[in-house]
Design a protein. Structure first.
Ligand code: GTP
Ligand code: MG
Length: 579
């Protein structure tokens, strides 16, 4: 069943940014398949994308399943600094065909190698030894994280090309501002921002592989468990360097035992019982936390935070460089990630706008990686979704609308909460709204700079504001647990800072000289201007974490100025030589 939101008209993208924008989308979204990209790219010469012209798109669960399986066929290797790529691959090919590989740098050079078959890993493990030192004793755990070294380094280095590493880091603030200033329009700046800061295809693979390596450890206790990534690693809004949220899913174990009830006897497992699900979760996470700490290769700084509202184990996975949060029984959060993924995939403007707003909030120190009384990226993303639902015509539909499109296979109740919505993106017709990103960004700030936070609640289920049920400064209804406020942590001061900065940003984007590059490119404009510290500095509220300091900004402006002076001197010199 296809339900109409109107015929699609392409979002105009400036010619200059278009190729890079699609590259970035492809890198970010397409996962093991490329179906999602097809939604963004119309067939050549067609302005309208009819239902019949679209290739079927993979659902979120299909993408997750494929990536999970791909990660199970992959290994991680710590390599010497100078390693000949071809020889290394040839060596590893002894165990089977390699379908994909890449190198990256994090505490040394590492390689991710994907075999075409899982059996190759078993063969590699059989031929790998555990190193016994003279003073230290190894815990003999055979994981999929290896060390490799050259037997005779000097003779082999000259033989073949050395590896090229895929970049997993974000540029410095100064470089970022310079790149933004060099764009041609605000929309071009947004595309640049996404291209350079979005998590890359390699980074996504590494995230799934890290989950898979942790799964191997958890599987020692729970053989059929899975560790699933959620949050910004999978919802399409991830920025390089974001944390890796993962959850231990034990549901399949329960399901398997339920189906094996046959014959005249009832067989069940002898199990230990505890008095609550929360206690069970705490016990399981506690044990897995111990395992990670004691024999998880590369897992360091393991902290068990079991008394939090959502118990978790936090640790650093050193080789990948990810800060990981492992939870259990967190299926609603995975469902929220799927919902965000669907909204982000429906229209390219959703991700672009949310990405810009999230980066703006971080630059303005409205958000932080430290928990506190400030807005979170999740809350900001819901605000962007709500804003886009409120456009005329709407750019994306309400959650109730997505629920009405759901088929029997989509029915999903978690802990008594109805989390049903359509998973098949092909059932949703795109919007006919043609507003550009320049307009939407400015309107977003205008809208929330004047939103009646004192009386209205933000509700993406209805796509309409509702009366606020309590006196919290800002109320964003949790899409799947309607009694909960996603932004309950935000205090009055933080809301005031947000509103003030939103108004100021709307004002900046309404100034003619601020929305286009100056000839010399010496003044931050558009997004770059929004990333500078607030001009009036009215807000006295405490800023979370470290915002861009005045010193950083001073250096940044000096650097931009110096660069443009250099350029104009060079141009002058060139002209003088020519004349
Ligand atoms: P980053 O800041 O890039 O890590 O964004 P994120 O989306 O990953 O946010 P975070 O790591 O804080 O949380 C991970 C996921 O947990 C989110 O994407 C949501 O799915 C879920 N989540 C976070 N906060 C809340 C909340 O207050 N309520 C609900 N229901 N889910 C939440
Ligand atoms: Mg996260």
């Amino acid at each position: 069943m296809a339900v109409c939101m109107g015929l699609v008209t392409r979002l105009p993208l400036c010619a200059q940014g278009r190729g890079r924008f699609f590259d970035s989308l492809h890198r970010h979204l397409s996962s093991p398949g490329t179906a999602i990209l097809k939604r963004e790219e119309p067939p050549a010469g067609s302005a309208e994308l009819g239902e019949e012209a679209r290739a079927p798109q993979k659902t979120f669960s299909e993408v997750q399943k494929e990536r999970h399986e791909q990660a199970q066929r992959s290994i991680l290797i710590s390599c010497p600094k100078k390693v000949p790529e071809k020889r290394l691959l040839k060596y590893l090919c002894q165990h089977g065909e390699i379908t994909n590989h890449f190198f990256f740098e994090s505490f040394g050079i590492h390689a991710v190698i994907e075999y075409s078959k899982k059996e190759s890993i078993a063969s590699l493990q059989d031929s790998t030894f555990i190193p016994y030192g003279e003073t230290e004793f190894p815990i003999p755990f055979k994981s999929r994280f290896f060390n490799i070294s050259l037997k005779n380094p000097s003779s082999q280095i000259s033989d073949g090309t050395l590896v090229r590493c895929s970049d997993q880091s974000s540029p410095s603030n100064v470089d970022l501002m310079q790149m933004l200033c060099n764009a041609e329009s605000v929309e071009g700046q947004i595309n640049t921002l996404m291209r350079i800061l979005q998590i890359t295809e390699e980074n996504i693979r590494l995230r799934y592989l890290t989950c898979s390596l942790i799964e191997d450890i958890a599987a020692a206790y729970f053989p059929a468990c899975t560790i699933k990534p959620f949050g910004s690693s999978v919802n399409g809004f991830g920025k390089l360097g974001c944390d890796l949220d993962m959850f231990l899913d034990l549901d399949d174990i329960g399901k398997n035992s339920a189906v094996k009830v046959t014959g005249s006897f009832l067989m069940e497992y002898q199990v230990k019982n505890v008095s609550s699900e929360r206690w069970a979760t705490q016990k399981i996470l506690s044990v897995i936390g111990e395992c990670l700490d004691n024999f998880g290769p590369g897992c360091v700084s393991v902290q068990k935070i079991l008394h939090a509202r959502c118990p978790l184990v936090r640790f650093s996975h050193q080789p990948s460089g990810f800060q990981c949060d492992l939870t259990a029984n967190n299926r609603i959060a995975l469902k929220s990630s799927e919902l965000l993924y669907i909204y982000g995939t429906l229209d390219s403007r959703v991700r672009a706008l949310a990405f810009s707003v999230r980066c703006w909030a971080r630059q303005q120190a409205l958000t932080s990686s430290i928990p506190g009384a400030w807005l979170t990226n999740f809350s900001l993303t819901i605000m962007v979704i709500f804003f886009l639902q409120k456009r005329s015509p709407p750019i994306i539909p309400s959650l109730d609308y997505l629920k009405n499109l759901a088929g029997a296979e989509d029915k999903c109740i978690i802990e008594g909460n109805d989390c049903t919505f359509v998973s098949n993106l092909d059932r949703i017709k795109p919007s006919e709204n043609t507003e550009t990103l320049d307009i939407l960004l400015c309107q977003f700030f205008e809208y929330f700079g004047n939103f009646a936070f004192n009386k209205n609640s933000i509700n993406i289920r209805k796509g309409k504001e509702q009366n606020k049920p309590d006196s919290s400064p800002i109320h964003i209804q949790n899409p799947f647990e309607p009694a909960l406020n996603v932004s309950r942590n935000v205090n009055e001061n933080q809301l005031e800072r947000f509103v003030h900065l939103a108004r100021e940003s709307a004002w900046i984007l309404q100034q003619d000289d601020k929305i286009q590059p100056s000839k010399s490119r010496s003044h931050p404009w558009g997004l770059a201007a929004l990333f500078l510290p607030s001009v009036s500095n009215k807000s006295k509220a405490k800023k979370p974490g470290k915002g861009p300091s005045n010193e950083t900004i001073r250096k940044l402006l000096e650097s931009i100025k110096a660069d443009s002076t250099k350029r104009s001197t060079a141009t002058r010199e060139k002209r003088t030589t020519q004349s």
